[in-house]
Write a new protein. Sequence first.
Length: 524
Amino acid sequence: MNSISWRLATSIGVLLTAVILVLPSFKPMWPHKKINLGLDLRGGMQLVLEVETNKAVEGNIDRMAEDMKSEMRKDRIRFSQIERIKGERLQVQLGSQDMINAFDTFLNKEYPDLRELSRDTAAAQPTFVYGLQEKQVAHIKNQAEEQALETIRNRIDQFGVSEPDIRRQGSNRILIQLPGVVNAQRAKALIGKTALLEFKLVDDNADIGAAKQGQLPPGTELLYKVVRNPDTGRIERTPFVVFKHALLTGRYVSDARVQIDSRTNEPDVTLDFDRKGADIFANITEDNVNKRLAIVLDNKIQTAPVIQERISGGHARITGNFSMTEAKDLAIVLRAGALPAPVKVLEERTVGPSLGADSIHKGILSTIVAGILVIVFMAVYYRLSGVIADVALALNIVLIAAGLAAFKATLTLPGIAGVILTIGMAVDSNVLIFERIREELRIGKMPMAAVDAGFDRATLTIMDSNITTLIAALVLFQFGTGPVKGFAVTLSLGVVSSLFTALVFSRYLFDLLLTKRKVKQLSI
C-alpha cells in the first residue's frame, strides 16, 4: 500500500504540473509561456552572417596609431607619419635620425608587445614597420565574434522578435533564426548595420573642390551627408572635409530614444552619454565654440551643427529627415552598441507562414497516425494491459509537451519526428515488461507476483537501453546545430518521460487494478 501511495502522489503531481505547463499553448490563461514553434513551423527568416574579423584587427591598429601620435607628441618625439599599411601592419616614420633612441625607449615602455617586422634607419627619416603578435590577433578576432553575437542579440531583443535562435557557427559565422518575422528586409538592415557612431570636427578651411580630387589636408578625410529631398525624392550628397580622429564615439552612449522635433514635426534621435562621455562632450564643445561638429554614423554624416556654446548634461541630438521607422531602428542599434566589425550576409532563407502551417498540419497528422496504430496494436495484442500502456503513452506525449514549455525549448519539424520515435520507444518499454509478466504467469505465479517479478526483471534492461539513447541524444544536442538540436531535444524529453510512465505510472495502474479490483486473472 505504501508503494501505491507514493506512486499515486508522484503521478498526480507530475500530471498536474504537465497540465499547467501545456495549457497555455491551447488557451493563454496561465502565467506561463506556450510552446515555441521553430522557424520551419512558424515561418520567418534565417541568416548566416560572417563577421569580418580582419576589420576588427585593422580598427584596433588604427586606434593604436592615433594613440601613438598623441603620446609621441607629449613626449616630443617628432614623426612625419604613423599609419596602418597593408591590412594589419603599422608603419612609423620619424622626423629625423636623432629621434631613434627616444622612439625605441618610448616603444619599449608603452608598446612592448608590438612585433617589429622591419626597420630602415639609414634614411633621413627612419621608417619602422610593426605588427601584432599572433595571440593578440587571435584574441581580437575572438572578442569581435563574441561582441558581435551579443550586440546582434541585444538588437533583436529590442526589435521584438519572440524566441530568436542566435548562436556562433564555426570560427567567424553567426546563425540567426527569427521565427514569425514579417518584414525581413528591415530585420536584415537592423542586424547588419555596423552603427559606428563618431563625433568629428569639420575642417572648414579645406578646399572642397581639391578634396574631391583627392587632395586632402593631412589627417583629414572626405565624407558625405546623404539626404533624400522630400519634395523631389532625389538623393542629395553634401561633401564635408572632417578630421579623421574621432573626438567621441558611441561607446559612451547610455541611452538613445526617438523624439519629435517641435519645430519640424519630424522624428529625431536623442542621445544620453554616460558620466565619462558627458565630460568628454562638454570639453569638446567648450574647446571648439563656433566650429562645426559632424555626427558621423558608419562613415556617413548625419548632421554637422555649429557649436554655439559649451554643452553640459551629456545630451546630443541626431537629425537627418528620418521616418519614424528609421528613427526607431537607429535608436535600437545605438542603444545596443556598434558592431566591432562589419558583418556580411552569406546565406538568407525565408520560410513563409503557409509553408509553416503545412508543416504543422503534416507533422500533427503523422503523429496522430503513428499514435493510433500503436494504440490499436497494443490494445489488440495485450488486451487490458495494452490499454494501460496506451494511457501511459498519452501521458508520455503530454509530458514531452510540458518539457518543451518548461525549458522554453523550440519545437521544430525534426522535433516532431523525435516525438514520433518516442511513441515507439515508450511502448517498447511496456512490451519488455509485459513479456516478462507473461513468462512469470506461464510458470504458474499469481497475477500480483507475476507483475512484481515482471517489473523487477525488466527494469534494469529498460534503464540500460534508455540511458544509452539519452546519452546519444545529449551528444546530438551538444554538437548538433539547427534541426539536429530540435530532434535531440524531443528525443531526450521522450526518453525521460517514457522511463517515468513505464516504471512508475504503469506500475501504479497495475497495482491499482490488482489490489483495488482484486483481479484474479490478468488480461495480458
